[in-house]
Ligand binder design. Structure first.
Ligand SMILES: Cc1cc2nc3c(=O)[nH]c(=O)nc-3n(C[C@H](O)[C@H](O)[C@H](O)COP(=O)(O)OP(=O)(O)OC[C@H]3O[C@@H](n4cnc5c(N)ncnc54)[C@H](O)[C@@H]3O)c2cc1C
Length: 365
């Protein structure tokens, strides 16, 4: 006979692991992961920052709501973020500061002098900046491990190398099969498959939402002078690069977004070259060596907001996908909200300020 769970979650990245931990205090949970280990895809490839202005004003409440849990749990290390603008972008930067300041985010207008103190060697083109003192590095591996450990203690059955390959709807839920030849039954199937979210909907015979994976490139550089540890996470207002220090090296991204099939993403030489060129135009540092390069997939729904909730056509199928470029910094509040929606229970202090309808899959049907 197949083993039965109330809830089966597909995907053990940050999304699936955090939701499994939130649910398993009362529910029996199966967590299926296609790869040999959890966190191999987007979760293991992030730039590891928590920044309230990142992802836009409708993502900010999820990021802010996650902040206290992350800080109290010791997962954040303060860094600060600086967004740079040229003289002709003054109005755009004012707008950016105003938008987040009115939402309660601590964000300060900064003149060129102060920006250049924070980023020594800053090119003359940068006339202004916006500084977010609360921006922090996230210990992604520790956060992911925390959720996996809590889940394990509460009885989550994690099966790696167990790609979901078939799902049949039954009167009481689902009968599911994995590539390892296992068969399980469950009442509710949760789609936390990241870049594969639409493929999981296909397997279950449900309409796709249009969750598109986009490749993002990161490079680790040896630069001269070596970046100080207190260098802020530095963006430009146009969104064409960001960089931050990492143990004496520099992490840099060209902020690329190239559509991709769901896959084991790898960096393209051209994107690495573009990243370095943009850095060399932004500051007067020299790049001595590319130490490491990698890429990962950030998956977005058509409106770039996440998708949390029951499918409108099937209340035994729950979407937990489309976490884009903010799936780590929003994970605690998203998982708490996801568990409350799944259980149809009330909101708590962490999720009180959120508007779940914004993230409901019903908005696409
Ligand atoms: C370069 C880069 C930088 C980023 N920087 C940040 C950042 O600084 N801050 C931030 O908050 N976010 C950042 N992100 C975004 C963040 O990494 C993602 O939003 C988050 O990791 C998504 O988690 P996930 O669990 O949905 O996806 P994933 O980690 O990709 O997990 C999905 C899992 O589902 C599994 N799966 C798929 N199909 C099946 C199946 N049929 N059966 C079983 N398992 C299946 C996959 O193997 C995978 O492990 C970044 C992303 C990238 C790529």
């Amino acid at each position: 006979m197949s083993e039965h769970f109330r809830i089966a979650i597909v995907g053990a990245g940050m999304a699936g692991a955090s939701l499994a931990a939130e649910l398993s205090d009362t529910d029996s949970v199966l967590l299926l992961e296609a790869e040999e280990r959890p966190g191999y895809h987007a979760t293991g490839r992030s730039a590891a920052f928590w920044t309230e202005s990142y992802g836009g004003p409708l993502i900010q409440p999820l990021t802010t709501a996650s902040g206290r849990f992350l800080r109290d749990g010791g997962f954040l290390r303060n860094r600060g973020a600086l967004t740079l603008a040229r003289a002709d972008q003054e109005v755009g930067l004012e707008d950016f500061v105003h938008r987040f300041a009115t939402a309660g985010v601590q964000i300060e207008w900064t003149d060129r002098h102060r920006a250049a103190e924070m980023v020594p060697g800053l090119d003359k083109q940068w006339a202004f900046g916006a500084f977010e003192p609360d921006c922090s590095d996230i210990d992604v591996a520790a956060l992911h491990a925390h959720y996996l450990k809590l889940g394990k203690e509460q009885g989550v059955a994690l099966h790696c190398r167990s790609q979901l390959v078939a799902a049949e709807r039954t009167e009481r839920g689902w009968t599911i099969e994995t590539a390892a030849g296992e068969q399980f039954t469950c009442e509710i199937l949760v789609n936390a498959a990241g870049a594969w979210a639409d493929k999981v909907a296909d397997l279950c015979g449900l309409p796709r939402i249009g969750v598109e994976p986009y490749r993002r490139t990161m490079v680790q550089l040896a630069v001269n002078p070596a970046p100080a540890d207190e260098l802020p996470l530095t963006f430009d207002l146009d969104g064409s690069f960001y960089f931050k220090p990492e143990h004496g090296s520099l992490w840099l991204s060209p902020h690329d977004e190239t559509t991709s099939e769901p896959c084991d993403a790898a960096p393209e030489e051209m994107d690495v070259a573009v990243a370095i060129d943009r850095l060399e135009q932004a500051v007067n540092w020299t790049v001595d060596r590319v130490e490491h390069r990698w890429a990962g997939l950030r998956s977005f729904a058509p409106d770039r907001l996440p998708v949390y909730g029951f499918d409108p056509e099937d209340k035994a199928f729950f979407w937990f996908a489309g976490q884009g470029g903010f799936g780590i910094q929003t994970a605690p509040a998203a998982a708490r909200l996801g568990s409350q929606l799944l259980r149809n229970s009330g909101r708590d202090a962490m999720t009180m300020g959120l508007t779940p309808d914004l993230y409901s899959p019903a908005r696409f049907r």
